[in-house]
Design a protein around this ligand. Structure first.
Ligand code: GH3
Ligand code: MG
Length: 458
């Protein structure tokens, strides 16, 4: 994965050394020689990651970080602050300024590249979500749902019960999310039972690989795929810790670190998790709105066409047949003319409802055009398809709809064009639709309120 990194440091040699270390991994690297330049470049270049020294000449790295995080244009960019060796105060100050990561000097190459990879991955995910969210919003489909006030949930997994208890005591008063302690071997069972958390703090046990396995397991489960994972490791387990980052951990803490550091890192990860959850929610809502017809609550044409391709593909690989029907209301124009457009709308909704009620869950029902519906039934033989089409025809015309304001019953019928796909027939979806359409035309010509099976032109 490539990505862009902005390095800000007022000492030229520091910049050069970092640039050399990072360029070998094919990142695109740009430089800023002051805090002001870093802020300006971050706004104009929108890099994936900004690396800030704590001394930028005109301001501290903390101030620059806080400014980046306060600006909506740059708030989503990952920021790492580079601190002097073993400087706990600097580390806390960096985390308080909102840094996503703190890198203590000296920066050895493996640590730097593992950390940068993890930050890049986080930035790529949030960047992609952000882009899609912006598209959905630009289409005018969804307003951001109100930020939910529910507290988050954090699971602590110590290598011993005492370790996790110690963390909980240390975090008291600094974290307002729900905190639960879980034994390592119980974590996945709890997830399976529906009790999953936003964040997991996991202690690695030297030489066992158990912490690492749990990270992979959590990443593989739907419910915890997007959870934040923070790994607590011993001073000596550096290699294991870096591997944890590559397996998908979001952050690392050295065992015995200041509880305030843990609290700050948890807060950063919780913020990241919630931003991403919110964006995903907007996307889901946007997707629903672009694929559902608002009058009938059925899928729309755009969704149906995409879905048909999937059904055809599955039928090809599985060697099964599927049925395709185009269903058109007969003389619908006269419904509008007699009862008005609003009643026409209600008839459309009722027809959609009746079709849906007479089909299986796996069948697709969509509003394909004005008063035309599409039904696709996977894994269906010709005999079954004929019977289903006949059932659909009858369910529409056998009882009137009482929707006119004066109570006048409205009865409508439909004509159905049926085409079969799959099996030895390799016809593409547009060809099958043309066959169904031709059959529908014949059904209309022969008097309406009937099902006609289409045949491929020889
Ligand atoms: P046929 O039996 O040949 O299908 O006759 P028809 O009257 O149903 O067909 P035609 O294509 O002549 O007219 C379809 C009518 O459907 C015209 C259009 O105004 C109406 N229509 C299309 N979409 C809607 C809608 O969303 N609401 C309402 N109320 N009417 C619609
Ligand atoms: Mg019609």
């Amino acid at each position: 994965m490539t990505g862009s990194i902005l390095i800000a440091d007022n000492v030229p040699t520091n910049r050069i050394i970092l640039k050399v270390k990072l360029s070998s991994a094919f990142y695109e690297v740009t430089q800023a020689t002051s805090g002001a330049e870093a802020l300006a470049r971050a706004r104009s270049e929108r890099p994936n990651l900004v690396l800030l020294d704590i001394d930028l000449g005109d301001m501290t790295g903390y101030a620059a970080c806080a400014a980046l995080k306060a600006d909506p244009l740059t708030a989503h960019i990952a920021v790492a602050i580079i601190t002097p060796p073993r400087d706990q105060e600097a580390k806390i100050a960096a985390l308080k300024a909102g840094a996503d990561e703190v890198l203590g000097k000296p920066l050895d190459a493996p640590t730097l590249s593992a950390r940068v990879r993890a930050l890049m991955r986080a930035s790529a995910t949030s960047g992609e979500l952000r882009r899609r969210g912006e598209t959905v919003r630009a289409l005018g489909f969804a307003e951001a749902p109100a930020t939910f006030g529910r507290p988050g949930r954090i699971t602590l997994v110590g290598s011993t019960a005492e370790e996790a208890m110690g963390w909980r005591v240390g975090l008291r008063g600094m974290i307002h999310d729900e905190i639960v302690i879980e034994r390592r071997e119980k974590v996945l069972r709890a997830v399976h039972d529906g009790a999953h958390s936003d964040l997991y703090v996991i202690s690695t046990r030297p030489g066992t690989g158990e912490g690492l396995r749990l990270i992979s397991d959590l990443r593989a489960r739907e419910a915890t795929r997007h959870a934040g994972i923070i790994v607590v490791h011993g001073q000596q387990e550096r290699r294991e810790a870096l591997m944890a980052l590559d397996l998908g951990a979001n952050d690392l803490i050295t065992r015995g670190a200041d509880p305030e550091e843990m609290a700050l890192r948890l807060r950063t990860q919780m913020r990241r998790k919630r931003d991403a959850d919110l964006l995903r929610q907007i996307l889901d809502e946007g997707l629903r709105l672009v694929s559902i017809d608002s009058l009938t609550r059925l899928y729309n044409r755009r969704y149906a066409l995409a879905h048909l391709e999937k059904i055809a593909e599955e039928a090809r690989t599985g060697g099964r047949h599927f049925a395709l029907m185009l269903i058109d209301i007969d003389r619908f124009k006269s419904v509008n003319d007699t009862f008005g457009h609003a009643v026409g709308d209600a008839v459309l909704a009722e027809v959609g409802q009746r079709l849906r009620d007479s089909l299986r869950g796996m069948d697709l029902v969509a509003r394909f055009g004005g008063e035309e519906f599409l039904v696709c039934m996977p894994m269906t033989s010709l005999t079954e398809a004929r019977a289903a089409a006949e059932r659909l025809r009858v369910t529409i015309c056998d009882r009137p709809m009482t929707i006119a304001p004066d109570g006048t019953p409205v009865t409508v019928s439909v004509s159905i064009g049926l085409a079969m796909g799959g099996g030895p027939d390799r016809s593409a979806i547009p060809d099958l639709l043309a066959v169904a359409d031709q059959a529908l035309y014949s059904a209309k010509a022969e008097g309406r309120n009937q099902v006609t099976l289409g045949s491929h032109a020889a």
